[in-house]
Design a protein around this ligand. Structure first.
Ligand code: FES
Length: 314
């Protein structure tokens, strides 16, 4: 679907926010907190951006984009867009939803990972649900939506932490997660190191996996550089060749085997597939290091193989 950029504004240093509306002013498809859209950029790249406005908004989507020094072209192309222009987007999809039964929710954001957390805070606040939001950034100037958070009806539930703070006001993750009650749900979004630290702290504090939810904010997984290999379908024994310039997902699709995908960048986890034997060459940012070293699952949209064959649970 096509949308118009009705507003572009600086949300923090190196971060622009974009307000997207229907070209005719019509309502947009509804979304829930944690949802993202796929944006097709003028250069043909497709990128996922979380919606960060209140899901009760019916006429607009708001996304925020950090200009990434290691960008492969996505964030730079986004920052070059101006208000008034048209953009091709998908309907909202949600791989990071809130869980309604939570007695309390702990929202943890690192950097630009705050975007889905913003809409979660809006939704929880509107529902009168118990929650707290902890948001870590490098500095005040790099903290997206500071003014919006200061003015929000849930401002008293928001805690900000800056890496450059002189007073040592860092987030004490271990203590925070250790004192949470067992019926609390944890939502984490941010860079992989931030997520890994939160996952580790949750594990050390004995959190139930079912109460821990995470989403990476972006990915620039390594591409190519690996030779040909084969994948074997455990259900039929069929062997499929994967050429060096073809993803496993594409090779499977050519052979008539469909695996659900969404981001196709190793971010969302939609294509997660069990590996029964062989050693995957993990290229995603979805799995944690510990999960990668287990070598029993991989993301075939971007990952490859270090062994001549991978046997897949397909
Ligand atoms: Fe998103 Fe593979 S489709 S990780």
């Amino acid at each position: 679907m096509q949308v118009r950029i009705s507003r572009k504004f600086a949300a923090a240093t190196d971060i622009f926010a974009f307000e997207l509306v229907h070209p005719d002013g019509a309502p947009l498809p509804a979304f829930s907190a944690g949802a993202h859209i796929d944006v097709t950029l003028p250069n043909g790249l497709v990128r996922q951006y979380s919606l960060c406005n209140d899901p009760l908004d019916t006429h607009r989507y708001v996304i925020a984009v950090l200009r990434d020094a290691n960008s492969r072209g996505g964030s730079i192309a986004m920052h070059a867009l101006e208000a008034g222009g048209l953009l091709e987007i998908s309907e909202p999809k949600n791989h990071f939803p809130l869980h309604g039964e939570a007695r309390h929710s702990l929202l943890l954001a690192g950097g630009i990972g705050v975007t889905p957390i913003m809409s979660m805070a809006e939704t929880l606040s509107c529902a009168g649900a118990s929650f707290e939001m902890h948001y870590c950034t490098r500095s005040a100037a790099r903290t997206a939506f500071r003014d919006r958070l200061a003015d929000a009806r849930f401002a008293q539930s928001v805690h900000l932490y800056f890496d450059d703070a002189q007073d040592g006001g860092r987030l004490q993750l271990d203590a925070l997660l250790a004192r949470a009650s067992r019926d609390t749900h944890l939502y984490v979004c941010g860079p992989s190191g931030f997520i890994a630290a939160a996952m580790e702290a949750a594990k050390a504090a004995g959190w139930d996996d079912a109460n821990v939810h995470r989403e990476f904010f972006a990915a620039a997984p390594a591409q190519g550089g690996a030779g040909a290999f084969q994948v074997k379908l455990s259900s039929t024994g069929r062997v499929i060749d994967v050429a060096p310039d073809v993803t496993v997902i594409a090779a499977l699709a050519q052979a008539g085997v469909e695996v659900p995908t969404s981001c196709e960048q190793g971010v969302c986890g939609t294509c997660l597939t069990r590996v029964l034997s062989g050693e995957p060459d993990h290229r995603d940012v979805y799995l944690l290091d510990e999960e990668k070293s287990a070598n029993d699952r991989f993301l075939p949209c971007c990952s490859r193989s270090k062994s001549p064959m991978l046997v897949l649970d397909l």
